[in-house]
Design a protein around this ligand. Structure first.
Ligand code: AMP
Ligand code: MG
Length: 326
């Protein structure tokens, strides 16, 4: 299969939407990371997403929709989730909601959990694709299962060249980290995945509500957090103030001797945006040059730094090794 690289013109968005209609796979930019899209109402197309990613069928997929109205056709909203959606959509928030019985969503999307993960994206190219297609689009991150997410069309191409129909190009991912996943489980709001929206931003909007992080997903259906994730092929050490002589060092803040830097000025937004690109670049250097592994400097554990550290810890295999299924 020849994977088309489609710059974001109206004609190409139409081509991408036709490919989806015919059951094909199209990767697309979002404000978080690139997604790998298929028609959410077509179970065969959804199966292909699992296959090309090498993703276990037990790990459900996020469904992208145009707005709250389209979301309400698929899932039941409680008051808190509705308020969150009104405030944070379009944007990097994913809500886990009870699936409507007659939603027509392909069964293999939800791992038959009875819940669906929904998000209204902000990226203009992707919004136009959803509008042109007119139906919900599944969109897990466009990377091989367990490996580093993609923030450019070239990252996607390096994982899926010849395996998917097309890659819709667009602005590279503005934020660079996945969405924050929330589920309201009366009386608490649970953070199932840390992401672009921080706990502080959520609590400013939703007051008088207990917010807890439940990142292992053992109480509620968030199997994704149990899987190995974001991993380079090369060995990765984190919280390193210095490197061994054969490591590629990715620094944070002013640091001498680092090959790369997440953000010289110590800006967490910039670090999030650079994270996956630098991990991929360093990983390729270990493969092609005389390096033994990757070391990353400490990143402050505040605000967005909590989400960055969550990704780094999972990438280094440090979070709950016992619960890694893969
Ligand atoms: P990604 O595939 O990288 O976009 O990650 C999607 C995340 O959303 C994974 O952690 C999934 O386990 C989680 N997820 C998707 N759908 C559901 C669902 N129906 N219930 C719970 N978690 C979900
Ligand atoms: Mg992913």
């Amino acid at each position: 299969m020849n994977t088309l690289l489609l710059p974001p013109s109206a004609g190409n968005i139409f081509t991408a939407s036709r490919i989806l209609t015919q059951g094909g796979l199209v990767a697309f930019p979002t404000e978080t990371v690139y997604g790998l899209g298929a028609d959410a109402l077509n179970p065969q197309a959804v199966t292909k997403v699992f296959e090309v990613k090498g993703r276990p069928a037990s790990n459900p997929l996020i469904v992208h929709i145009k707005d709250i109205n389209m979301a309400s056709e698929l899932a039941h909203f409680d008051e808190v989730s509705y308020e969150l959606a009104e405030h944070f959509w379009p944007g990097p928030l994913t809500l886990i909601l009870p699936l409507r019985e007659h939603s027509k969503i392909a069964e293999n999307i939800t791992a038959k959990s009875g819940y669906v993960a929904l998000r209204v994206p902000q990226n203009q190219t992707f919004i136009e694709l959803i509008e042109s297609f007119g139906r919900p689009i599944v969109g897990p991150s466009a990377n091989l299962s367990g490996k580093i997410s993609s923030t450019t069309a070239l990252h996607v191409l390096s994982d899926f060249d010849g395996k998917i129909d097309a890659i819709l190009e667009g602005d590279n991912c503005l934020m660079g980290l996945e969405s924050t996943i929330l589920m309201y489980d009366d009386p608490k709001l649970q953070i199932l995945r840390l992401g672009c929206i921080t706990k502080d931003e959520i609590s400013t909007k939703i007051q008088d509500l207990a917010i807890e992080a439940s990142l292992e997903g053992d109480k509620i259906p968030t199997p994704g957090s149990k899987f190995r994730h974001y991993s380079p092929d090369a060995p990765l050490r984190i919280n390193c103030n210095e490197k061994s002589n054969k490591e590629v060092l990715i620094g944070f803040g002013e640091l001498k001797g680092a090959e790369f830097n997440l953000s010289i000025s110590g800006d967490l937004d910039e670090a999030a945006k650079n994270l996956y690109n630098l991990l991929r670049t360093a990983d390729n250097m270990v493969k092609s040059q005389d390096y033994s592994g990757i070391a990353v400097s400490p990143v402050p554990n505040i605000g967005l730094g909590l989400s960055i550290n969550d990704r780094l810890e999972r990438a280094a295999g440090k979070i709950s090794a016992k619960s890694f299924i893969k």
